[in-house]
Design a protein around this ligand. Structure first.
Ligand code: AP5
Length: 234
């Protein structure tokens, strides 16, 4: 997918501070975080993708996380924080990064604030994906992901050119284990209880920007690049 073009802007040289995508399951965090990361040439750090990789490899962390994710609950902070601390130490993060699905609790956000300070990064800018809840079920149950590159499709909204196969690499598309309709309710409940309070937390700190995530993928991408660019101004 040609992403910088969809954002309707020139690629920017550098992300001046980490960006966080915050919003309910299915709001489009992954779709937009990947797009922004590509646009700036920085890593896209999705705790959901990292956990799914552990699950598919059967690592001890994956074995611990799998039943929790299948229930639609949040994985314990201790696991997530260690994973993030290890990841941002890698050299590819030196010019910034985009978080997708992290932080998800106030404790995670507080830890992240300290971690960023320790590593000399600025405090983050938070894209708050605001969406009509009525749109979420269709987005989640229609989602299909490429087994090879992780590209995100939707059988209703963003179908691939050839059914069941990724446009980029021809990889097989699959449905996530937690995207079945019966798991969506618990995931939304976990979001409301544990993650939604983060919006107030970051708003108080002046770091939150509301994004209308109900619009089309290209319109949302354009809004996000405008917000990120505006925050770069002195
Ligand atoms: P995670 O993988 O982070 O899932 P999530 O937060 O539930 O979010 P989703 O990936 O479901 O949705 P999204 O907002 O990224 O939407 P997407 O862009 O794919 O987490 C999974 C699990 O891991 C959690 O439940 C938890 O157990 C665990 N976990 C992860 N991080 C954790 C943490 N920090 N702490 C504790 N536990 C953690 O889009 C959805 C669909 O809509 C796609 O089909 C897409 O094509 C389509 N779409 C996107 N945008 C649009 C648009 N504008 N118009 C039309 N369609 C669109």
């Amino acid at each position: 997918m040609e992403t910088a073009g969809a954002a309707g802007t020139h690629p920017l040289e550098r992300l001046h501070r980490p960006v966080i995508f915050l919003g309910p399951p299915g709001a489009g965090k992954g779709t937009q975080a990947k797009e922004l990361a590509r646009c700036f040439g920085v890593p896209h750090l999705s705790t959901g993708d990292m956990l799914r990789e552990h699950v598919s490899k059967g690592t001890p962390l994956g074995l611990e996380a799998e039943p929790v994710m299948k229930r639609g609950d949040l994985v314990p902070d201790s696991i997530i924080l260690k994973m993030i601390a290890d990841r941002i130490e890698r050299a590819d993060c030196s010019h910034g990064f985009v978080f997708d699905g992290f932080p998800r609790t106030v404790a995670q956000a507080q830890y992240l604030g300290e971690l960023l300070k320790q590593h000399g990064f600025k405090q983050p800018l938070v894209m708050h994906m605001v969406i009509d809840p009525g749109l979420l079920l269709r987005r989640i149950t229609g989602r299909r992901m490429c087994k090879v590159g992780g590209e995100i499709y939707n059988i209703y909204e963003r179908p691939p050119k050839v059914a069941g196969h990724c446009d980029n690499d021809g990889g097989e598309l699959e449905q996530r284990a937690d995207d079945r309709e019966e798991i969506v309710g618990p995931r939304l409940a976990a979001y409301e209880k544990q993650t939604a309070p983060l919006a107030a937390y970051y708003r108080r700190l002046g770091r939150l920007r509301d994004i209308d995530a109900s619009k089309s993928v290209d319109e949302v991408a354009k809004l996000i690049v405008e917000v990120v660019s505006a925050a770069r101004q002195p």
